[in-house]
Design a protein around this ligand. Structure first.
Ligand code: C5P
Length: 242
């Protein structure tokens, strides 16, 4: 991986130039950050687990017709992806109150929401990813009305499908964060699901005990972070090779 040209380095991933034009290699690091970089740690094995979990979920989503940037996993820590122009909006969809929603509205964590709630955040570390409305997205030209409509439809479909998939293995999908990008193929442009779907950007609780298996273990110093991620992978039937 180090022989390739680095295109971008994020908090948990690195992007390298891919083997063909229009492709990139997405490398999963073991680094974990929270509270806008104020908290940092290395969780040994996290990158390997997230690579596998994200591969699995992106493939299952592709099977039901959700377009994604994922091409194939290359090795323990890397996957080949299509290069997209990332839309600078983090789309959060929530099924159960937790985290910042609970804080903002004084809702007890674990309260079921009457329906799924979609929120948008402007992807900007310096500003601390502020909460935004559809108006900001269209007015500032981050996405058109039509693109936003597509993003919302895809988000709800992804959430419905993944909620069922996780419930089938005894996990509650409390909330998740999605990112989208514009994929150019010849003259055509379409919106595809990008980034990753992993316990770094979902909340997943055991259905019976409400035990948290996701990144909240790191954020809240609950301990056994890697074990939580491994348990999610084990339930999905995809524990990585030794
Ligand atoms: O912190 P908050 O409750 O707003 O997070 C909602 C969901 O979005 C959680 O699943 C969290 O992991 C995810 N998230 C993320 N990246 C961020 C902020 C939140 O993946 N920058």
């Amino acid at each position: 991986m180090s022989r390739r040209r680095q295109v971008y380095e994020g908090k948990a991933k690195v992007l390298y130039e891919g083997p063909e034009p229009g492709t990139l290699i997405q490398y999963f690091k073991d680094d974990a950050t929270a509270f806008n970089n104020k908290k940092h740690a290395v969780i040994t094995g996290k990158g390997v687990l997230n690579n596998r979990i994200s591969e699995y979920l992106m493939m299952r989503l592709a099977e039901i017709g959700v377009p994604t940037h994922f091409v194939r996993r290359l090795n323990m820590r890397e996957q080949l992806i299509k290069e997209v122009d990332i839309i600078p909006v983090e789309v959060v969809v929530r099924n159960v109150a937790a985290g910042s929603l609970s804080q903002r509205f004084g809702l007890e964590e674990g309260t079921a929401l009457p329906r799924s709630i979609v929120e948008y955040y402007y992807k900007n570390d310096q500003l601390g990813d502020p909460l935004i409305s559809e108006e900001h997205i269209t007015a500032f030209g981050w996405a058109s009305y039509q693109e936003l409509d597509e993003i919302l439809n895809m988000t709800l479909r992804v959430n419905d499908f993944l909620s069922g998939l996780f419930l089938g293995v005894g996990l509650k999908l409390v909330d998740l964060k999605l990112e989208f990008g514009r994929l150019w193929e010849d003259e055509d442009m379409r919106i595809v699901l990008a980034d990753e779907i992993s316990p770094d950007n979902c909340r997943l609780w055991d259905v019976r005990t409400n035990e948290r298996l996701d990144k909240d273990r790191f954020r809240r110093d609950l301990g056994n972070v890697q074990e939580g991620y491994a348990e999610i992978a084990r339930r999905l039937g995809i524990l990585p090779e030794a």
